[in-house]
Structure formats: structure tokens, C-alpha cells
Ligand binder design. Structure first.
Ligand SMILES: C[S@@+](CC[C@H](N)C(=O)[O-])C[C@H]1O[C@@H](n2cnc3c(N)ncnc32)[C@H](O)[C@@H]1O
Length: 333
């Protein structure tokens, strides 16, 4: 999934340094408290003793309930996906609010895809209500729908705006593909809480933190995925159809990010703490170093990184500008 701040291309760098500092991961409980798409937690899923994952956004929670929460294989995945790929389209809330045919002047999906997404989403809920599917199957199907719908969305990259003309990938018919979750012996925990509240109730060995770096709120940029995950009664706002009262993270706000990070590190009952951040974020390198050195021994790892910019024709392009990506590391006293 195209995701602001995704660590997909940095996962080798992150896993390498965490493993070097910590040593044997197989005896460690690792918590990833801003899990997003789950890419880092998924990389660690079979390497650590168990995982604690958390993200406050409902679409992320929905993905994590499958990618992390499901630890056994999904037996009927092909059969269920085939049935969903063949459901009859229907005019539900995605069509009504987010397709041109719905009459609200938004075009996040083609009319055909909007109706198909509605039909699939309603069928998943119906199957759950009638206990035709298990909770694990429900999470698998919902994650598969989120991933597959995202691939044919008519946006430049995020859902802060839609494109006027249907781009080529948005003209393709939606086809559900299986969201693959790695089976493990261990069970893992998945939360959807404010990390600063959750930290007070958890303990472990390794804490990996990847909070937002800048002012772009995830609730605004992925509102449509939240609606697809929740499929609730909504009252879309303005031209882009934002959800009412979406969550606003303190880590996206200049005045609030520093005290929020300080509190998080202070409250953490973990020996090893790692924080991803870059040199263009709200918090400066010095501010982070000062917080970390107050609680134990500190070091930092750095790698150059090419940032992405949305492009109206392609999903993302990598502009020539380079940033420095940091992995701050604290061994707590
Ligand atoms: C930089 S992204 C994480 C990206 C993730 N590591 C990945 O590679 O996909 C930051 C995440 O923090 C979440 N978030 C922001 N504020 C939060 C909070 N106070 N508590 C929990 N999650 C929060 C956002 O929803 C977003 O998914």
C-alpha cells in the first residue's frame, strides 16, 4: 500500500541495527506502537518471541488484525475470495458518497468499482453476522478488500483528494487478492489506542517507534480506508468527503510532538528503544537526542533516503531530493 512514512524500503536498515544492538531476538517481546501498514512488525513476526502492535487509525487496525493477529493459516481463502469476486454489485455508501454516479461530485473510484466494493463489504459483514465465517476469516477478507480497493483508487497516492479523470489503474475492475499473513507458533497482540495511553499498560524488551514526522494527519489522508474498514454511518464533509472529527495526532503538531515523545519514552518499560525519524521532521535531531540521553545510553544510525512525491499520473515518483533517515537507539537505565 502507498503509505506516508512507510518503512518498506528501510526495513533492512532497521532490522539490521535492531538485531545488532539486541542480539538474540527470539527471546524478545517487541512492541511497534505506530504500526501503520505493519511492514516492520511483519518483518519481525517470525523472528521474535511475540509482538505487540498498535495504531490508532481503524484501517491500520483492520490490516493488523489480519497481518499480525492472525497467526494460523486461513484454510478457505481461495473459496471465500472467489465467492466475493463474483458478488452482484450494489449501490451502498462507497458508491453513494465517493463515486460520480452517487451524485456528490466525488470520484475516488469508478462507479462499477464503487458498487462492487459495496457489495463485497456488505457480504463480508453479512457472513460475519450469520457466523458463516470465523473472526480470522473476517479479518483476512477485510484486509484483502482494503489492499485490493487501494490498488484501483482514483487518487495520486493518498485520499486527501481524488483525480478529476479516472486514471488507468482506476479503470481496471477490482479483483480481490489474498492479503498474505505469515503463520507463527506465537500469538501476538493488536491494539488501536493512543500510544501514549497504551505505553502505561504494556511491558516488553524492544520498543520500536515510528510516529508521524510532519503535519500530515493520517485520519485525513486515509479517511476513505477508515470508512471501508468501519463501514459505518457517515456524514462526509466538504469537497473531499472527510469523516467528521477524525483523530488528530499530537505527533503531527509542533507544540505537542515534543512533550508527547518525552512522556512516551519516560513511561516505556522496555530496555531497548528505537525511534525512526528523519532530518526534516517536526522534531530536531538535538531535541530527540536530549530526550533519549536523559533516560540511558544513546546512539544513532543513519542512512540516506529518497523521498517520494505524489504524481497525478503515476502513483508515486522518487524526486532527486535526498533526506537523512535516522534510527535513534536508547538502552534504558
Ligand atoms: C510513520 S507512520 C508508521 C508507518 C509504519 N511504520 C509503516 O511502515 O507502515 C505513523 C503511524 O502512526 C499512527 N499514529 C499517529 N499518532 C498516533 C498515536 N498517538 N497513537 C497511535 N498511533 C498513532 C498513524 O496512524 C500512522 O499509521
Amino acid at each position: 500500500m502507498n503509505y506516508i512514512g512507510s518503512k518498506q524500503r528501510l526495513s533492512d536498515f532497521i532490522v539490521h541495527h535492531i538485531s545488532q544492538v539486541v542480539g538474540d531476538l527470539s527471546v524478545c517481546v517487541l512492541a511497534d506502537l505506530f504500526t501503520g501498514t505493519g511492514i516492520i512488525a511483519r518483518t519481525f513476526k517470525s523472528k521474535v518471541k511475540s509482538l505487540i502492535t498498535n495504531d490508532i487509525e481503524p484501517y491500520s487496525f483492520a490490516l493488523l488484525q489480519h497481518y499480525i493477529g492472525n497467526h494460523e493459516p486461513i484454510g478457505r481463502q481461495d473459496e471465500l475470495l472467489e465467492m466475493l469476486n463474483n458478488v452482484m454489485p450494489t449501490e451502498g455508501l462507497i458508491f453513494k458518497y465517493y463515486c460520480l454516479g452517487g451524485g456528490e461530485n466525488r470520484q475516488y473510484f469508478s462507479d462499477e468499482n464503487g458498487k462492487k466494493i459495496d457489495a463485497i463489504r456488505q457480504t463480508i459483514t453479512d457472513w460475519q453476522t450469520k457466523a458463516y465465517i470465523t473472526q480470522s476469516e473476517y479479518h483476512f477478507l477485510r484486509a484483502s478488500l482494503l489492499e485490493s480497493a487501494d490498488k484501483i483508487a482514483n487518487t495520486a497516492s493518498v485520499y486527501g483528494a481524488f483525480l478529476k479523470k479516472l486514471k488507468r489503474s482506476a479503470q481496471q475492475a477490482i479483483h480481490l487478492l489474498p492479503a498474505q499473513s505469515e503463520p507463527t507458533q506465537a500469538r501476538h497482540m493488536v491494539y488501536a489506542e493512543d500510544s501514549n495511553a497504551l505505553i502505561k499498560n504494556i511491558t516488553g524488551d524492544i520498543l520500536y517507534l515510528d510516529p508521524p514526522y510532519n503535519a500530515r494527519q493520517y485520519g485525513a489522508n486515509y479517511h476513505l480506508l477508515n470508512t471501508l474498514a468501519l463501514y459505518d454511518d457517515i456524514n462526509p464533509q466538504g469537497k473531499t468527503g472527510l469523516r467528521e472529527n477524525y483523530y488528530k495526532s499530537p505527533y503531527c503538531q509542533k507544540q505537542k510532538a515534543l512533550p508527547a515523545l518525552y512522556e512516551l519514552i519516560k513511561e516505556a518499560k522496555f530496555k531497548y528503544i528505537f525511534l525512526s525519524y528523519n532530518n526534516e521532521g517536526i522534531l530536531s535531531h538535538t531535541q530527540i537526542r536530549e530526550i533519549f540521553t536523559a533516560f540511558g545510553s544513546y546512539q544513532v544510525f543513519t542512512t540516506p533516503y529518497l523521498r517520494f512525491k505524489a504524481d497525478k499520473d503515476k502513483n508515486r515518483v522518487y524526486k532527486g531530493t535526498q533526506t537523512e533517515e535516522y534510527l535513534h537507539c536508547l538502552v534504558k537505565d
